[in-house]
Design a protein around this ligand. Sequence first.
Ligand SMILES: Nc1nc2[nH]cnc2c(=O)[nH]1
Length: 155
Amino acid sequence: MKGEFMEEAARLALENVQSGLGGPFGAVVVKDGQIIARGTNRVTRTNDPTAHAEVVAIREACRVLGTFDLSGCEVYTSCEPCPMCLSAIYWARIGKIYYGCTAQDAAAIGFADQFIYDELARPKSERRLPLEQLERQLCLRAFEAWEQDTNKIPY
Ligand SMILES: Nc1nc2[nH]cnc2c(=O)[nH]1
């Protein structure tokens, strides 16, 4: 089973390159031993830098199941998730990740996956991307409103 799910992720990745639709990445979301969603990288095709294979598969799984909570699901991805996809997987509450290539393999063909992991491991002040805090009190108003909202849907 596991091997077959990874074979499908790898097949999607290769097909995506051969069809010229995007980067060499494919992913599937599995629930109860069945593939419920597939994703391939669509960054260049859709002008969406967040359209990584894993994010595309998560969006599709959420659409199919009608929920933002993918507890009980697993993801099989042809390459170790980048930090954005890893975060999306955490946010979706997916329980396990199976991956094929590593972030270093992706770096070797020009993708920034490992660079971003390295950035995040540095103190904020030493990162390539500057972060500057502004207007905390002003922005906290929305958080206070959220805390008091009795109709909110927590996630
Ligand atoms: N895992 C993964 N890494 C990437 N790096 C650039 N695009 C992707 C993608 O779609 N998936």
